[in-house]
Design a protein. Sequence first.
Lengths: 296, 277
Amino acid sequence: MEENNRKAWLYLLPAGILLAVFMIYPLIDVMIYSIEEGYNSASQTSYGYGIYNFRYILRDTYFLQAVRNTFLMVVITVPISTGLSLLIAFALSSIKALKNLFQTIYFLPYVTNTLAVGLVFMILFKKTAYTEGMVNLLLHFFHGPSIDFIEGPYWAKMFVLCFYVIWIVMPFKILILTSALASVDQNYYNAAKVDGTSPWRIFTRITLPMISPTVFYLIITGFIGAFKEYSDAVALFGTDLNEAGMNTIVGYIYDMLYGNSGGYPSYASAAAILLFVVILTITVINLLVSRSHVYY
Amino acid sequence: MNKSRMKKSLTYVFLILWAVIVLFPFYWMVLTSLKSYSAYNSEYIPQFYTLTPTLQNYVDAFTQVPLARYFLNTLIFTVITTAVMVVVAVLAAFAFARLKFRGKNIVFTLFLSLMMLPNELVIITNFVTITNAGMRNSFPGLILPSIMSVFYVYLLKENFEMVPDSLYLAAKVDGTSDLKYLLKVLVPICRPTVITIIILKVIECWNSYVWPRLITDEQAYYLVSNGIQEIRQNGFGRENVPAMMAAVVVISAPLIVLFLIFRNKIMAGVLRGGTKG
């Protein structure tokens, strides 16, 4: 086949231009922003270069709060959602009747607008002067105290956020795991059955090793997704997340860029780079761990 | 026998429980949207049903706030972004899969490495770029940075490569141009992948929030996500929850209906190329 240089570049041109303007140039630019000290967006001038922006955000209580919220949420939601979706996928693969119906229902949160449905969660969990709210009704039923989950204590707000995040991420995990389970070769199970292997042993020695790559994939994407959490928090607590004390790292970046506390692209860039470093580190750790635990 | 039966029932109880947790918010938003304003506000203890459903809230949702405008904006944004994305991605994937050119491997490796970049890293500069270009509060400003998805090009390229070389050579012998081969042979053969990326992009566009929020502050250009945030903050007067819920139902309905119609296609598509979570 002859080389067709010009034609090939022509085909790549639209994609290339878009990537150059909206991904490659920004990537370089964000690094410059992050080390420009005292950048003024009106006059487009700065004093010089250094690590001041990083030192500033690492001392900013809002940033520290956002980091704390994000880490807490990651540590809570990733294990719970992964474990729960494993359980559900197992349960799904062990039944025949109604399986399709369940699968359809479980997938619904994937196709919902997170801002819109977040509003419903807010209504369900909120307690106002006019109404106790649905969840408090449930708490009363178990003789619990009534709590305002949206403007109440920190742990209550964190609970709703984690609950909502898990609700949102479950469809993807259930779908992936169900299909991974379905693709395990039935011969392994038949052989185990002939040998009279116990169900628990079948699970730990056949099923889990066979689906371990999928589980690790879900854990990595789960970590990355949870670290980038933002919209779900806005859906529950409104746009002023700092005031609600529920900001996330990504929320901090956008607040620094735009909005009431905005106009500081340098601080936003520094925070974005720190986030990227965190995500990269965790992905690498996960890959190293998975290399020694994934069976094929 | 008895033991396995019990296990079976427990499994179903567990599955039904999760189904209830998933469905309840949907039930609650539809239910609340059908309650009248006065009925809702007189319920100190929320009621699980209503005997006097009303559609007034839906009328309010379309008349008191510009819900139809948000809807139309989102539709325009979704259709144009998805359409342009498909064209750009198909062309690029074709070049990588079928054409030979110098530096192809290097370019493709660079291309793939862009997949790892989180959007948060580049959005800061894009915000400045679009602002400086005077494209805030405009459709080009909304659409341009949202078009490219490296991952979809990758998916398409993988699929294009599976089509046997002989088809391409036969087409060449017949004097078919590359573009014609691409449109008449390659794209039809790879239709499932094209449909997959369309589905994923439509879902992404319909629900996009962050970029539209940064780049629009005039209601005339709000998409539904920003619209619902606006409605929540100063829409019907803070306490008109039923009208808010009516707006939520209207916003959620299109994708859910689409999902129920194309259930298998969408789930297969997400399985192949989805990420969320």
